[in-house]
Design a protein around this ligand. Structure first.
Ligand SMILES: Nc1ncnc2c1ncn2[C@@H]1O[C@H](COP(=O)(O)OP(=O)(O)OP(=O)(O)O)[C@@H](O)[C@H]1O
Length: 255
């Protein structure tokens, strides 16, 4: 569903991706891991067409990206942001924008409205549908953004740190939502700092460092404090506490 080969990209004149290879097969759940600034967000932004490649090739659903137009097949949840965009939109309105890739400029029909309600129910936000997005907590914003991505019933869901800043209860709701979509056949590519509540869902981990893939394989079970949601993997105490070194830090080359 995604084939990125030899991808290089620069931002602000600096090379950020230095030859990334990434393949995601149908039905897989692939986690992109790595330290801050290793290129995780840039990689998935390249996949969704937001960062141009300098060299390399990208195919989506077997089609070279320059010819790919079927964006309704992909749901994208950007790195933590709010669902509010300065306009007084309701939760339902924001999630409805997720149907634009299917409807274009035609008004939403009955099937579109049903899909929006379905997505809201999936993330447990149906009871807030008519509330302003400005009245939501951070975790609720994240649920709304995930519902927006789900509203087009995408075959491929791409998410940038969907659990960042989300409380444990909301993490569980989101993990259950993802589990349900994966069971229904959705393919998932997501950036994570910790596997946390999603650990059992991940088929394969791809670890980036300095814009290169440095490890790829089944994610080992994280144990100890690194496995806890919300643990910050950049931590000065690790060198004085060698027993607490987690797998992610080891792969990512963090101290
Ligand atoms: N718009 C930009 N202009 C210039 N440099 C950028 C821009 N966006 C990102 N970078 C740089 O590119 C590198 C990779 O950033 P990226 O956001 O892909 O990392 P990341 O692995 O997702 O990190 P994090 O875990 O902190 O989110 C970083 O060094 C960052 O400073």
């Amino acid at each position: 569903m995604v084939s990125l080969r030899g991808a290089t990209a620069s931002l602000g004149g600096r090379p950020v991706l230095r030859g990334v290879d990434l393949t995601v097969h149908r039905g897989e759940v692939v986690a992109l891991l790595g330290g801050n600034g290793s290129g995780k967000s840039t990689t998935i932004r390249a996949v969704v067409g937001q960062v141009p490649l300098t060299t390399g090739e990208l195919e989506l659903f077997g089609t070279p990206s320059r010819r790919f137009r079927q964006w309704r097949r992909i749901g994208y949840v950007p790195q933590r942001t709010t669902a509010a965009s300065g306009v007084p939109a309701t939760v339902r309105e924001v999630v409805s924008t997720g149907r634009l890739s299917r409807t274009g400029l035609r008004p939403l029909g009955r099937a579109d409205r049903a899909a929006v309600t379905w997505a809201l129910e999936l993330v447990g936000m149906a009871n807030r549908a008519d509330d302003s997005v400005n009245a939501l907590s951070g975790g609720q914003h994240q649920r709304v953004l995930i519902a927006r991505a789900l509203a087009s019933d995408p075959e491929l869901l791409i998410m940038d740190e969907p659990m960042a800043g989300v409380d444990l209860a909301s993490q569980q709701v989101l993990a259950d939502t993802l589990r349900q979509r994966v069971a229904a056949g959705t393919t998932v590519l997501l950036v994570l700092h910790e596997l946390g509540a999603l650990e059992s869902l991940i088929d394969r981990a791809v670890v980036l460092r300095d814009g290169l893939v440095v490890h790829e394989g089944a994610p080992p079970a994280a144990t100890g404090p690194h496995a806890l949601p919300g643990h910050d993997h950049v931590h000065p105490h690790a060198t004085t506490e060698p027993g607490r070194t987690g797998f992610l830090d080891t792969w990512a080359g963090q101290p």
